[in-house]
Write a protein that binds this ligand. Sequence first.
Ligand code: ZN
Length: 501
Amino acid sequence: MHEPLTRLKLAVGEVVDLQRAAALLEWDEQVYMPPGGAPAHGEMVATIRKTAHEKLTSDDVGRLIDELEPALPSLDPDSDEHRIISVTARDYHKAACVPSAFVAELAQTVSTAQHAWIAARAQSDYSKFSPHLARLIELKQRYIAFFPPREHPYDTLLDEFEPGITTADVKALFAIIRPRQVELIRSIADRPQVDDSFLRVPYAENDLWKFGEEVITTLGFDWTRGRQDRSVHPFATGIGPDDVRITTRIVPNEPFSLFFGTAHETGHALYEQGIAGDYRRSLLGDGASLGIHESQSRLWENLVARSWPFWQHFFPKLQQRFPTQLGTVSAERFYRGINKVQRSLIRVESDEATYNLHIMLRVEMEIAMLAGDVSVNDLPALWNSRMQEYLGLTPDNDARGILQDIHWSIGAIGYFATYTLGNVISAQLWNAFGRANPDRDADIARGEFAPLLTWLRSNVHRFGRKYKPQELVERVTSSRIDPEPYLQYLESKYRRIYEIT
Ligand code: ZN
């Protein structure tokens, strides 16, 4: 038993090394690489990813898994040994189902589709992207066919990002969330808008950057195992738990986008930095799923950094840094201003109250596309009518409508639901932490974040991929994934801010 497991760990360790090397190159592409480096980078990353895939699906790994899998029933299901074998076997079987010729064809299609999307969005011309989207949908349908049939074809795609979560789970979640959020934004629209005029004045970028660094240091970001840089789109990437990199960006006329971007990516980074050191070179050494990852970024960005206790502590410090802009603004007015709800056509500009509606629209369209219920040519009209139904807005053009997100062009179909799952799970974890630590809000108002981080470390972070999302949520909260805590959080927060009775 031990001998084959040791050999499996060694073989998988090399797969992990290669994946991390590819992630480091991808980070470099977004942060430092001169544009001329793109072709060489593309080739390097493709070679590394291909080599990692070959190593994971090698006969050697296959034999070791065949040897180890029969021992699973005799192992404690909660032991690391059991989980290393079962997670590795899951990844192996999944990777082995997909022929490498298909992987190459998909990579090629994605590369062309992404360029077409960039051009189509720039010209707001959906017809330039639609043939590529049709091709990607067809490839995804072929991909699904490599796997045993599921209740819904979309289940196979969801499982890539959110192991164990089904289309039926997501539909049930949306059916509860949709009417409550639509109703909430209607009641907000009936109230006078909050004043955020203090955000419409210039702020020195460098001071905003320093403020963000000061805050995330207090939150617990470990600078000996992490760094922050600037990129066009903010992201976080783990080159293992000891080297976690985040980026943020400057958005013209949105001074605090930089700060909340930093807070969001820090949530991802704290998760990665907290994964058990023992998992460093194993397939357990990543987040449990994109939804669990997003629960961490949204917990720190929204439940912490957009909360009233947080600004009770940090607003005086912010005011000191920006006396001209904020000298006469009260903490309460600032808190309301940064939580302004404004229906928007653009997902990445949307606020907490409206965000999930943007997600539902996309997921519902993906499910329809995959099932063949809607033709590619009819998608923009469907997008626009749903946008009107959910948010009361109609895009003036496709660039601000169906062409706004990069996801479909890079073949990431099945990804969007993870954002809503992240929102939902963040509130469940927040409540569980509040039950374990009744001083939660008072701690935050004093700038004490160690109790929260310690709790997340021991209940969520250290486990990496050991547990599937549903299993992890049940362990920590004694409840299945449930939208009620999130809806209650949103409703009580915005009723207070907008004085809805
Ligand atoms: Zn995120």
